[in-house]
Every structure is written in structure tokens, then in C-alpha cells.
Design a protein around this ligand. Sequence first.
Ligand SMILES: [Zn+2]
Length: 78
Amino acid sequence: MLSKLIFFILLGLLLFVLWQKKRVARIRREEPVKKVPEAKKMVQCPICGVHFAEVDGVWYNGKMYCSGQCADKAKARS
Ligand SMILES: [Zn+2]
């Protein structure tokens, strides 16, 4: 009776450990995939010449600027 109980506890533990390993392996596999969209394309600001990541840029009149301040300068110039 007791040995059966111990057997089932051990079986449960084994399944739990295997499930954890699978989960960790899956998370590790997903990591490089997540990094791909984060790969930042660098763009040069036409106002101050600073290089910045495209995702951080501010669009104004079809051009991308490093910040709202540079976009404002472009607005003032035009
Ligand atoms: Zn700028």
C-alpha cells in the first residue's frame, strides 16, 4: 500500500521534472525568435546627424527624425 503511494509520488515528480525541462527548452528556443524583430535598423537624423534606432524615430513629412525636437526644427525650417 505504502510502496504504491511512493511509486505514484515518484512518477508524479518524474513527470513534473520532464514537463519543466520541456518548458525550459521551449522558452530557450523562443528567445532567439523574439530577438529578431528587435533587431534595430539604424537611421541618421537629417537635422542633427545622430544615428538612432528606427523604432525610436519620429516621422514628420515623410522623413524620420531622432526626436520630436528635431521634427519641430524641420517644421520650423519648412
Ligand atoms: Zn536629430
